[in-house]
Design a protein around this ligand. Structure first.
Ligand SMILES: Cc1ncc(COP(=O)(O)O)c(C=O)c1O
Length: 283
């Protein structure tokens, strides 16, 4: 549970969480009209900050909104909220603000609502997790990190009710991504991940895993992944800023590989942890 006295940022003010209030006419509340980011913090420093802020700008442009703050202003806000706590996560959300009535069309001259808080990061289950596959029922602009997450919420809930941690979505016979993560599969010794198009969120962790693979001679292809390839893969990983690189050991009740984190995951995870250590040491 988030501490109610936690100091959060709302529209230029720093105040306790239980005093941070927005209007019921806020378009985030009425329409899910907004975007968000989740940025991990290690050693008190945001990880891949430039990449997260660039994706935020792309998401804002995708819903025809301006960046409300400069890079410097975001940076100052984050250090104030981080308050020296070593490892945590920054959640930020921007909505199109509160109009004077409920109307789908954009209101004129309305300031956006900007909210940011820092909360604890959960430990990663390194022994591997179970996942299910589900049809992708989302809209067609999945590259935008929109707060409108009802489809993802329903899919994740289904996974949880089936004793799993993630739902991997598929469309037209292709596996795309998890409800809250990107997808990597090892097939015939080649690491595959779906390409960055509007079917998936361009994950910051996904890009880092691609970068690490390419820098370390791991054969990787960014191409469409057949659902059948996912099912018969030697290894399956899910990536996200808060879950890092997570090995999947069971999919729809069937064992993946030997039913334990595979050797390539062990290598990738070690390389990923090295990148976090570099940030901690300020390198
Ligand atoms: C649908 C979806 N795909 C992928 C990701 C992973 O993105 P990132 O690595 O930037 O956290 C997320 C993260 O929340 C997500 O919600």
């Amino acid at each position: 549970m988030v501490n109610q006295d936690l100091i959060v940022y709302l529209n230029g003010e720093y105040l306790p969480l239980n005093q941070a209030k927005v209007s019921v006419l806020d378009r985030g509340f009425l329409f899910g009209d907004g975007v968000y980011e989740v940025i991990p913090v290690y050693g008190g420093k945001p990880f891949r900050l430039a990449e997260h802020l660039e994706r935020l700008s792309n998401s804002l442009a995708g819903i025809r909104m301006e960046q409300p703050l400069s890079t410097e202003a975001w940076g100052e806000m984050f250090s104030r909220l981080i308050q020296g706590v070593e490892d945590q996560q920054i959640y930020l959300q921007i909505t199109r603000g509160a109009g004077t009535k409920r109307d789908h069309a954009f209101p004129k001259g309305v300031a956006p609502t900007v909210f940011t808080m820092c909360t604890a990061i959960a430990p990663i289950p390194a022994s591997g997790v179970k996942a299910i596959t589900v049809p992708d029922i989302r809209w067609q602009w999945c590259h935008i990190k929109a707060i409108t997450l009802l489809a993802n919420v329903l899919q994740k809930q289904q996974a949880v009710e089936e004793g799993c941690v993630e739902a991997i979505m598929h469309r037209d016979g292709f596996a795309l991504e998890g409800a809250t993560s990107n997808l990597f599969v090892l097939v015939n010794g080649i690491l595959l991940t779906p390409p960055k198009d509007n079917d998936i969120l361009p994950g910051i962790t996904r890009d880092l895993v691609v970068e690490i693979a390419q820098a370390n001679g791991i054969v990787l292809e960014q191409r469409k992944v057949l659902l059948e390839e996912l099912r018969s893969a030697e290894e399956v990983w899910l990536t996200s800023s808060t879950r890092e690189v997570l090995p999947v050991i069971e999919l729809d009740g069937q064992q993946i590989g030997k039913g334990q984190p595979g050797p390539l995951w062990i290598r990738m995870n070690a390389l990923y942890q090295e990148r976090k250590e570099l940030l901690r040491k300020g390198l």
